[in-house]
Design a binder for this molecule. Structure first.
Ligand code: ZN
Length: 433
């Protein structure tokens, strides 16, 4: 099962200190590259202007801990990198509990969880501990050490370009900036790299652009460099996030919700998981914010399992490979995106060769005896098997796509694939696109 392989890769990637920039991101990209050597690791220097933003300084951490008056570590970055607030500056001091508390983060409602906190754009420092650990702290002096570096360096991202028969592209984007959390966001990068592996081996109509960027600043940087080509070529794209738990499936639309990506996502989810959760643009929180922003307006939607913010372990140490993500969950995330891509690849515009209905009897494609078809079914007219064939023919006017036809026939589009094949072979329809 591919879910097991994806899960094992999650285990390898889990402990690295990912952020907007830094060694953890380069290590992560290099591990991903082993799975798909086509992945190119790019860099953009700190200080580069990207639209209204500036690429930040690079952040790296050597060591970070808090020790109590007995020299016992009460938070240690080397044990769990979530203990340190992302982008913390260097600190070395001894302070009383009252002062330390101002820089401590914890969650009363999840007393065992270490929360995930960052301070990317305001130079600050802080530690995150569980509420249970916080409750045990006694008055006294605490030693705080953060040996980190914030200096001019690079923002790194990964890019995979897989050419197809056509220049038109399908786009997948996932982010690589979260340390030690599984559904958000290891599941996105691991499922995406396995999709890239599959796509490389498959016969492709479309070209593929798959990117691994730090969230927000990474997608903005990528867009700054590539938006013109992307705008010209991308016909549908998906932000890949939270695809590793085994609870639900979710859809979050592009800004207007009317793109091909939205259409395909809704179709696939409707026919595979009746109870999928449908969110709106107002619920957005990931890189669709950039891809669908005014001035960019790319056709990018999100298909997820339980989406960010909708599970209690979200953005804490409890979003791990034991509590939330499983091989089965990852398999589901992989399968739904694969199916979505297959629908795009197989979509076409069929057109009948003849005017009026073709004479199906001479092709042995119609019941030999014409009789009353009443069988108590809801549909009058021709029998069920022939009905799908005749319906497809009747909608094949050279304007409807196969996906449109499937929607009109109230059928999953994959049920029409064998019919298209037969009708093409019988020279009744041809694909004009
Ligand atoms: Zn997140």
């Amino acid at each position: 099962m591919i879910g097991n392989k994806i899960y094992n890769l999650c285990k390898v990637l889990f402990p690295h200190n990912r952020s907007l920039t830094g060694n953890g991101n380069r290590i992560t990209l290099n591990i991903l590259k082993k799975y798909c050597p086509k992945l190119k690791i790019k860099h953009v220097p700190s200080g580069t202007k990207v639209f209204d933003w500036t690429v930040p300084k690079e952040w790296n951490v050597k060591e970070a801990w808090i020790k109590d008056s007995n020299n016992k570590k009460i938070a240690d970055f080397s044990k769990n990198n979530l203990h340190l607030v992302g982008y913390s500056k260097s600190v070395k001091k001894q302070i009383p509990l009252k002062k330390l508390e101002k820089n401590l983060h914890y969650l009363r409602q999840l007393p065992n969880a270490i929360p995930y906190v960052t301070s990317y754009y305001k130079e600050d420092w802080g530690f995150c501990i569980s509420y249970n650990a916080k409750k045990k702290l006694r008055n006294g002096k605490y030693k705080v050490l953060i040996d980190s570096q914030l200096k001019k360096g690079n923002l790194n991202y990964g890019e995979i370009l897989i050419p197809g028969k056509e220049k038109k592209e399908i786009f997948l984007s996932t982010y690589i900036c979260h340390p030690s959390m599984a559904n958000d966001n290891l599941s996105g990068m691991t499922v995406s790299i396995f999709l890239a592996k599959w796509l490389q081996l498959k016969k492709r109509k479309f070209s593929y652009r798959i990117v691994f960027v730090p969230e927000t600043i990474g997608s903005i940087t990528y867009l700054k460099k590539n938006h013109k080509t992307m705008k010209k070529n991308i016909i549908a794209g998906f932000n890949v996030t939270c695809v590793g738990d085994n609870k639900s499936y979710s859809y979050l639309p592009s800004r207007l919700g009317l793109t091909l990506a939205d259409k395909v996502a809704l179709h696939v989810l409707k026919w595979t998981n009746k109870n999928f959760k449908k969110y709106t643009w107002l619920d957005r929180a990931s890189d669709e914010r950039q891809y669908c922003s005014p001035g960019i307006d790319l056709p990018v939607a999100t298909i997820a399992r339980t989406i960010y913010g909708m599970y209690k372990e979200y953005h804490t140490s409890l979003d791990n490979l034991k509590n939330v993500v499983s091989p089965k969950g990852l398999q589901g995330g992989y399968d739904i995106l694969k199916k979505t891509i297959e629908v795009l690849e197989n979509n076409c515009v069929p057109k009948t060769v003849f005017s009026c209905e073709p004479f199906m009897s001479k092709r042995n494609m119609y019941p030999k005896i014409s009789k009353c078809n009443y069988d108590g079914n809801k549909s009058p007219g021709v029998g069920k098997i022939n009905k799908n064939i005749m319906d497809l023919i009747s909608y094949s006017n050279g304007k409807n796509t196969l996906l449109d036809i499937a929607e009109r026939c109230d059928l999953p589009v994959w049920d029409l694939y064998p019919i298209v094949e037969i009708l093409e072979k019988e020279k009744i329809i041809k694909k004009i696109n």
